[in-house]
Design a protein around this ligand. Structure first.
Ligand SMILES: [Zn+2]
Length: 196
């Protein structure tokens, strides 16, 4: 019988005991994600459905496996209207104690660094949700809302985007990831060594 999702736990002990957790978490509980989402505070449906198991893999790795589902509402990077992103993440993370151990993992496992005996499970779920958001979320072609043709709204680009374009035009060597308005996603991707 899976237990409720804890905020944090000892993942090594959870692996040893083969614990599993299932439940729903309000998206407003994820501070970094909530900054990106549109109106998740007052939306009772803005939740993530999580199903997580801690177990020992066949090759001896300590694993967190499971599934996280949600529907995230984010601003379109073309028209700033609302885009719904259906998230269905199948999770397969190997717990590692040092960065060096990440190099020894098989390709189908993403590393999750847990240096001590406590793991912030909410932050892990939040990272997975953030990673599921495309680099440039936008409506399909022709589906953007019409632009306002007078006043300051004529330019759909946010100040951030405008600045990024300037940086790119000036031939700066900042990578595309670093100039992305959702720059924090790039940080997570780098930490995970994920090339997605
Ligand atoms: Zn749009």
């Amino acid at each position: 019988m899976p237990e409720d999702i804890p905020i944090s736990l000892d993942p090594w002990r959870a692996v040893k005991k083969g614990l599993s957790f299932a439940g729903e978490v309000a998206l407003s509980q994820f501070p970094r994600l909530a900054k990106i989402l549109i109106g998740c505070e007052n939306d009772p449906h803005a939740r993530a459905v999580c199903d997580l198991r801690f177990e020992r893999g066949r090759d001896g790795h300590a694993l967190v496996v499971g599934r996280i589902r949600s529907c995230l509402r984010v601003p379109c990077q073309r028209c700033l209207g609302e885009v719904e992103i259906d998230v269905d993440v199948l999770l397969r993370l190997a717990l590692i104690r040092t960065d060096q151990m990440a190099c020894e993992l098989p390709e189908d496992l993403d590393p999750l660094l847990v240096a001590d005996e406590q793991m912030d499970l909410m932050a892990v779920i939040e990272d997975e949700l953030l990673l599921a958001i495309p680099m440039f979320p936008r409506h399909g072609d022709g589906l953007c809302r019409p632009l306002v043709t007078e006043g300051v709204d004529v330019n759909p680009a946010s100040p951030d985007l405008a600045m990024n374009e300037t940086a790119l035009a000036s031939g700066s060597d900042t990578s595309r990831e670093e100039t992305h308005p959702f720059a924090l996603l790039a940080g997570i991707r780098r930490n995970r060594g994920d090339s997605k």
